[in-house]
Design a protein around this ligand. Structure first.
Ligand code: F6R
Length: 598
């Protein structure tokens, strides 16, 4: 949520910053801005909306050697140019990712001292606070440190100032920030994630919370010893669209490959193994608790059925933002698993910190290596989905689900609660998963045709039972976030307890009807809806005469294979509806890829 970049060096500063922001744009695209500094002057450029608007504005005829940039997902204050970062005091600029929780009281006290504020943001207090301290002591480093001490909340900050024009001050608390030594002499770079740095730098520090410092072309000074240098991966895996219309489409088509990667070295001939943790971690554990947000939460809900079924361990799943404040009773007989594509989601990260502080064993299932969660959890398991750029998560979900399924089986093996035959059946099904994720051209064509029919109406219900209930939730979320149509995921058996009152021809029901799990039960539920005139689109390998529309999936012998095939159909359907509505598929309104504020 929000992305920040910084640069000190002799290359074209504005180009480095704009290229870096391009890599971070998925984190927020309400506005973008850069501030450029040399010994003589500060220039700033800001634009509303996507980065291309900023690029059109930036025309410099000056050799700057320091700059900071920001791409915004609005938290405090509407997306306007005045609220866009960098924020200015009298002679300093700041970019910030996070939320300053005590900004109101700081702002009031600064206003009493005569400081004038022009934006509605929380961020603007940082730069005024800094200048107020600097005016007192005329010592920029001390002023920056005093500023940090006053701030509460989550904040990764880069600050430049004419009072010390050869330096960038930096600090990380809560939101991610990386410092890098550039490949050229006298270069220092900053970014919210690896992507903008790849190709420009090799040595990086992934800043820990509470660590800050000040950098110039010749030195990087850290305010504490709590940092270490590591090497940035050199394989520049910039996700390109490879001929697809959208990153989302490319990522849907990639699922077959990335799921194969996710299983490599883990799915053996006769058993599951994980190098990252030993199955004996389950010893003495009475419950697995999963915590996550959004799509990752849906993967967790799916896994709860698999953990209970395959490892005979009680499993509960919590939405991280709810978990944090419910004063949960935590027992050290609980294994705590967080699931997160980014590894940075603020609520999930805080939940993980709470659990580890309470002494629970923890596993982070993440896609982004070196992300904050991987550094807090006792064990990290990577999903290996590769960079996911579409804001609507697709391949992250399929890899999460397959890894969780393998974990459930891993524990089941260890606890010896499964027969050899059952283990073999599960292993066999797992080997078939990549095939079930190959996009079937006929299904893709069908979703394109169906998309025309589903642009009106008063809403969608996605219904399913068992693991197909979380899949229904995921289908509804995909549709909501990129088509802006109202959709709900619901357990099929619950419809008659209220929502069926909504049924009429303008209510579209997307029914997940697997052959291998509770087919007769879901069939009855769909019949009830059809009898009340709801328009039914069923997804199933079995013909269903009451369907108004039908997406036919393959016959298989395992419900999880049906799960993955239906997942692809749901992803395609939501994407095609979004295309038909003319929406921005990869960057839907109001959203950001990485939600680093609570
Ligand atoms: C939906 C989506 C979000 C994320 C959620 C958690 O398509 O992408 O719902 O799943 O914000 O993000 P991570 O997995 O990065 O913790």
């Amino acid at each position: 949520m929000c992305g920040i970049v910084g640069y000190i060096g002799n290359r074209k500063t504005e180009e480095i910053l704009l290229d870096g922001l391009k890599e971070l744009e998925y984190r927020g695209y309400d506005s973008a801005g850069i501030a450029l500094l040399d010994n003589e002057k500060i220039d700033v450029f800001k634009a509303l909306g996507k980065l291309k608007n900023l690029k059109e504005k930036v025309n410099t005829y000056h050799d700057y050697n320091i700059g900071i940039g920001h791409t915004r997902w609005a938290t405090h204050g509407k997306p306007t140019e005045l609220n866009a970062h960098p924020h200015l005091g009298e002679y300093s600029y700041v970019v910030h990712n996070g939320i300053i929780e005590n900004y109101k009281e700081i702002k009031e006290s600064l206003q009493e001292q005569g400081h004038k504020f022009v934006s509605q943001t929380d961020t603007e207090v940082i730069v005024h606070l800094f200048e107020s301290f600097n005016n007192e002591s005329n010592d920029a480093k001390e002023a920056f440190q005093r500023t940090i001490e006053k701030l509460e909340g989550a904040f990764s900050i880069l600050l430049i100032s004419k009072c010390d024009p050869s330096k960038i001050f930096f600090f990380k608390h809560g939101s991610p920030l990386i410092v890098a030594r550039g490949n050229e002499e006298g270069e220092v770079l900053f970014a919210s994630s690896d992507a903008p740095l790849i190709g420009l730098a090799n040595d990086v520090v992934y800043l820990e919370d509470g660590v800050g410092g000040v950098a110039s072309a010749t030195s990087i000074e850290f305010f504490s010893d709590n940092y270490s240098w590591s090497t940035l991966p050199t394989s520049k895996q910039y996700a390109q669209k490879d001929g697809f219309r959208f990153f989302m489409e490319k990522e849907i088509y990639e699922q077959h490959d990335v799921v194969t990667d996710a299983m490599l070295g883990r799915l053996g001939e006769n058993e599951i193994t994980f190098d990252e943790f030993d199955a004996s971690i389950i010893e003495g554990i009475e419950e697995i608790k999963i915590c996550a947000c959004g799509t990752s939460y849906h993967a967790g809900l799916t896994a709860s059925y698999l953990f209970e079924r395959l490892s005979q361990t009680r499993c509960s799943v919590e939405i991280a933002s709810e978990f944090r404040y419910k004063e949960p009773l935590l027992s050290d007989k609980t294994l705590f698993i967080v699931i997160s594509q980014s590894g940075e989601t603020a609520d999930t990260l805080e939940a993980l910190k709470m659990a580890t502080k309470a002494g629970l064993k923890s596993i982070a299932l993440c896609n982004v290596d070196n992300s904050s969660m991987t550094r807090v959890a006792n064990h990290t398991v990577l999903t290996r989905a590769g960079i996911e750029k579409g804001v609507a998560s697709t391949k992250a979900f399929s890899t999460q689900t397959v890894v969780l399924w393998m974990m459930a089986l891993y524990f089941g093996q260890y606890k010896q609660v499964l027969s050899n035959e059952k283990i073999n059946d599960e292993l066999h099904a797992l080997r078939e998963v990549p095939k079930s994720l190959i996009v079937d051209d006929k299904i893709h064509e069908k979703t394109k045709r169906l998309s025309k029919r589903y642009l009106h109406g008063h809403g969608f219900f996605f219904i399913g039972r068992d693991v197909f209930f979380p899949l229904a939730l995921e289908g509804a979320l995909k549709l909501k976030e990129i088509s802006y149509l109202h959709a709900e995921g619901y357990p099929a058996g619950e419809m008659k307890h209220g929502p069926i009152a909504l049924a009429d021809p303008e209510l579209f029901t997307i029914a997940l009807m697997p052959q291998n799990l509770l087919y007769d039960k879901i069939k009855s539920n769909v019949e009830e809806l059809s009898a009340r005139d709801s328009t039914i689109c069923s997804i199933s390998p079995l013909d269903f005469e009451l369907s108004d529309d039908f997406i036919k999936t393959q016959k298989t012998n395992h419900y999880m294979l049906e799960f993955f095939e239906m997942l692809v159909a749901l992803q395609l359907l939501s994407m095609e509806i979004s295309v038909r509505l003319g929406n921005d598929v990869d960057m839907p309104r109001n959203l950001a890829k990485s939600v680093t504020v609570e």
